[in-house]
Design a binder for this molecule. Structure first.
Ligand code: ZN
Length: 265
């Protein structure tokens, strides 16, 4: 899994279109050549736009999987996205191209583009430079349907791990009665460290000699205590995934060598 800056793939489910080296897409050319536009023309011709020339686009945080926003794209918006590396859409109300974060600076830096199996919906995997919704929320999806109501949530929809992270964080500030998490957070770094070691040891034992359920359960304990440790320092879980992603882009040996402390070399 190696990501190269300014290189995007339009992947068609079922393996239809491979990038067609050398040909150039249409759309604006902002001057920096567009040499990385490894011929998305052929892939583009396989995309199925509706009768207005549009298709919906879903933007996801490439590290956490959080859905950040949805909008429409036309051919030009996709071409611009590929050229600039910044998620660009088409506004149906204004009838014009727009780039997310154009004024706020909260750009969505595109990592990869996918289309779905019938090639009529775009998925944009992006690194958000800030909040993606015009309301100032990280994601547009903060309104939860609950019975016949729409409830505005403080936190937008996230996958479970990030929800757990937010809950651990909230325990820190909570004045409500004591919880295990709150007690642990208040016990300090040394105690949290002890718990992480203890749970890691139990996990190691489970991996060696216990059933899959025990392995999963002990792994959950390790992850939970890691998250408490991270919360105690205010280090987001996303930063951990970011490190993993960066490492995936380097060879294992080279990466290990770069991480090695001078005393170990
Ligand atoms: Zn929004």
């Amino acid at each position: 899994m190696v990501f190269e800056a300014n290189r995007f793939f339009i992947r068609l489910c079922g393996g239809g279109a491979e990038p067609d080296e050398g040909s150039r897409g249409h759309g604006s050319n902002d001057g920096d050549g567009g040499t990385h536009l490894a011929g998305y023309n052929r892939a583009m011709s396989e995309l199925k736009f509706d009768d207005r020339g549009l298709m919906p686009a879903v933007v996801q945080d490439w590290l956490t999987g959080q859905v950040r926003m949805c909008a429409f794209v036309n051919r030009e918006a996709i071409a611009r996205t590929v050229e600039t590396g910044r998620a660009t859409f088409f506004s149906r109300s204004r009838g014009s191209i727009w780039e997310n974060g154009e004024t706020s600076g909260n750009t969505l830096h595109v990592r990869e583009l996918y289309v779905d199996c019938d090639a009529d919906t775009l998925l944009v995997l992006a690194e958000p430079a800030g909040n993606s919704c015009h309301t100032g929320k990280p994601s547009c999806f903060f309104r939860r349907l609950e019975g016949d109501q729409i409830a505005d949530e403080t936190m937008p929809a996230v996958a479970f791990l990030n929800r757990l992270e937010a809950e651990i964080q909230s325990r820190r500030a909570s004045t409500a009665e004591k919880s295990y998490t709150k007690t642990l957070l208040e016990s300090g770094a040394a105690k949290i460290g002890d718990k992480v070691r203890e749970e890691a040891d139990e996990f190691a034992r489970a991996v060696g000699s216990e059933g899959d359920d025990r392995v999963a359960s002990e792994a959950a304990d390790v992850v939970y205590h890691l998250m408490v440790g991270l919360a105690s320092r205010g280090v987001p879980w996303r930063a951990v995934i970011d490190v993993l992603a960066k490492r995936a882009g380097t060879s294992g040996h080279a990466e290990k060598a770069s991480r090695r402390k001078p005393s170990n070399t």
